[in-house]
Ligand binder design. Structure first.
Ligand SMILES: C[S@@+](CC[C@H](N)C(=O)[O-])C[C@H]1O[C@@H](n2cnc3c(N)ncnc32)[C@H](O)[C@@H]1O
Length: 222
């Protein structure tokens, strides 16, 4: 089992030390956050099932490893996990389930993943896409996910077409910044057009709290 591999550094680290620990605690702090994590794990499991229970997977950015139980439950035999933040990876290190989940823990940029082409069967990018306000950053991310996956890509993000999203999309959007920034809600048609432009076809989508919340997971196929 490798410890954190730091060959590829990320330029920014928004989750140093205590903030990384608070991120993990935040998702356990109330019934609401625990239920949402459970539901997100459930839909990730479903997407893995719909992808035919792949043997190898990527979780990037993995944060503190909140989704590793779903990969394990779906029978993933080798998980590669990565994040740009050393602080997040230090917390994630303590959450390892076994030697294979994750087999590798990488400090790497999502825009330039330190992985060879076609490294995994299924590349998951959870709760990251909607932090990217520049279309060119989203396109770079999708190109990287497609490059490192042999077939499937899963992306979770915020979309409209539900109570929270329809309200959010009417408010002024946050300032456009390079890379990781404040969260944006996108129109479903726009997101799906971005996937299409990246050469990724929508296999299925899964709403975390249908009709209420903005969270949606897309299963995509190259
Ligand atoms: C909202 S968290 C999501 C983490 C995890 N997927 C989850 O849902 O718990 C966003 C993560 O993106 C990471 N991150 C930010 N910019 C990054 C970059 N350029 N490359 C890789 N990871 C990055 C942060 O360190 C953080 O762990």
């Amino acid at each position: 089992m490798e410890k954190i591999n730091r060959t590829k550094r990320c330029d920014t680290d928004a989750y140093k030390g205590a903030r990384a620990r608070r991120y993990a605690e935040h998702h356990r702090k109330s019934l609401r956050t625990r239920l949402t994590t459970a539901r997100e794990q459930q839909v990730l499991y479903r997407s893995l099932a719909d992808a035919g229970f792949p043997e190898t997977a990527l979780d990037l950015p993995c944060g503190t490893g909140r989704f590793w139980p779903a990969f394990a439950r779906a029978g993933v035999k080798r998980l590669i996990a990565g994040d740009g933040s050393h602080g997040m990876l230090e917390v994630a290190e303590t959450q390892r389930l076994n030697d294979a989940i994750p087999a590798q823990l990488l400090q790497t940029s999502a825009f330039e993943m330190a992985l060879p082409d076609e490294s995994v069967d299924f590349a998951a990018c959870l709760r990251f896409y909607h932090h990217l306000s520049r279309p060119e950053d989203r396109a770079t991310l999708l190109a990287e996910l497609k490059r490192v996956s042999r077939r499937f890509v899963a992306v979770s993000l915020w979309v409209d077409g539900n109570i929270a999203g329809n309200r959010r999309i009417r408010k002024p959007a946050p300032e456009v910044v390079a890379g990781y920034g404040k969260r944006i809600c996108q129109r479903r048609e726009d997101v799906e057009a971005e996937f299409d432009a990246a050469g990724l076809a929508v296999v299925r989508h899964y709403d975390i709290w249908p009709r209420i919340a903005m969270w949606r997971l897309y299963l995509l196929e190259a």
